[in-house]
Design a protein around this ligand. Sequence first.
Ligand code: C2E
Ligand code: CA
Ligand code: CA
Ligand code: CA
Length: 278
Amino acid sequence: AKEKGRNNFQFFTAELNALITQRLELENKLRRALERQQFELHYQPRIDMQSRKIVAAEALIRWQVSEHEIVPPSRFIPIAEEIGLIAPIGKWVLRTACEQNKAWQDAGIPPFVMSVNVSARQFRQENFVQIVADVLRETALDACYLEIELTESAVMHDAEQFIAMLGELNDLGVQIALDDFGTGYSSLSYLKRLPVDRLKVDRSFVQDIATDADDATIVRTIVALGHNLGLKVVAEGVENEQQLEFLRDNQCDELQGYYFAKPMSASDFAHAVFGSTE
Ligand code: C2E
Ligand code: CA
Ligand code: CA
Ligand code: CA
């Protein structure tokens, strides 16, 4: 038994070393990725339930490490936050998304909102509101065509300060959505005080909406809650007709998901959505 224990231990340290090496390599690659322009934004349309028109696009970052390797944001955004790279990456995302939206508007496409994900650490930078204001000025995008997506947990801590920041963003004319709604633990009295425009129902509740009675109840409750607070409710991760029907019957305002379109590169998005070859 002793033998075996020792072998296990050696195996374990070898595994751990490999993991640490991998992680360090990823960190180094990530540090160089911005300079090498390896990031790209993909765009997924958001559809208005009533008109079935595109009312927004969500910008989603992609990291093309090499020709054959794309690292998903779920893998590198948490690391970028830890090693202090989220600020420059986030700023790049914000600027690129605003530039792109302005370019589409200048090309004569009917204007829609560009929705940008902002992680907790990024939002908590001291000068976040100033960065948003600067990017809007530099790109000449009207603030009403920018929306910031924040998770509930990003705005929960240190409530007063973040309510104030949301107020400043609101004063700029920027829209605000609470992302992954339902997975956090916002108290209702707190939610009432947040100057937000939208609740985005987390995909995990939408997935089994047509078959799971609990999920159906949760989504109905979120829609009612949002409407009572004067907010629009968006469902993300809509993949099929059954989900769509449920959401329509239960007055969800806006929809996003593979059923309509996957996130696409800027040129594919323009081609698919406006038939443009730009
Ligand atoms: P999220 O903000 O909740 O984004 C929605 C995710 O669901 C995206 O994954 C999108 O591709 C995926 N999705 C959309 N429709 C469907 C569907 O019908 N079915 C399924 N199964 N998935 C769908 P993605 O692009 O891999 O992004 C994952 C997460 O990474 C995002 O979750 C967001 O938290 C984060 N992220 C992405 N881009 C950025 C960014 O630019 N900045 C920051 N801070 N975070 C980002
Ligand atoms: Ca999002
Ligand atoms: Ca989400
Ligand atoms: Ca998410």
